[in-house]
Design a protein around this ligand. Structure first.
Ligand SMILES: [Zn+2]
Length: 189
């Protein structure tokens, strides 16, 4: 699957909209990205997971670790394609933690998988969870890379698609300046 194919799946499923949007943060953007809308289709999730697996197979990971909730579905699909288990870390009292009996051991080779990486913050936090549990983190991967933070993760990083999603304060939005009508994603026209 090429980047173009992956973006097509996002567009077809309404997971990537182009226009003029008011995001839940209050910022404006010309793009709206909601990967849950493509991953709700199991066939798409499987295809995206297989494509990521092809990019990371050489790392010989023996488990996938994802941050909840956004990373769970794609992490599971990457695990399926690699034939390894897929576990997730979730927040407890604000801190990303392994729960539910999920464990890693020295000798485990973990790959961290997310749907979208923006600043890399949650990825770094997930890497720390694996390291603290004694595993070796051999790489990180996402469907979409919204930033340039991959290089700063300290491990090999791959993404299916590199996509800038610039955001603007309402009073500095070029789309507003053009008089472009604004839409709140998820609202029905
Ligand atoms: Zn605007």
């Amino acid at each position: 699957m090429t980047s173009h194919d992956a973006l097509d799946l996002f567009r077809q499923s309404g997971a990537l909209l182009e226009g003029h949007f008011r995001l839940s943060s209050g910022l404006h953007s010309a793009r709206y990205l909601q990967s849950a809308l493509v991953l709700q289709h199991p066939d798409h999730a499987t295809a995206l997971g297989a494509a990521i697996a092809d990019l990371v197979r050489h790392l010989n990971a023996n488990l996938v670790l994802s941050p909840a909730l956004g990373g769970i579905v794609i992490g599971h699909e990457v695990g399926r394609a690699l034939g390894v288990r897929a576990i997730f870390a979730e927040r407890q009292d604000g801190k990303l933690t392994l729960r539910r009996g999920f464990a890693m051991a020295p000798g485990d080779r973990a790959i961290v998988v997310e749907d979208v990486i923006t600043t890399g913050g949650s990825t770094r936090e997930t890497i720390d969870v694996a390291t603290a549990a004694g595993a070796q983190v051999v790489g990180a991967a996402s469907i979409i890379d919204r930033g340039d933070e991959g290089a700063r993760l300290g491990v090999e990083f791959v993404a299916l698609v590199k996509l800038q999603v610039p955001t603007y304060a309402p009073d500095a939005c070029p789309l507003c300046a053009q008089g472009n009508p604004i839409v709140k994603p998820g609202s029905r026209a």
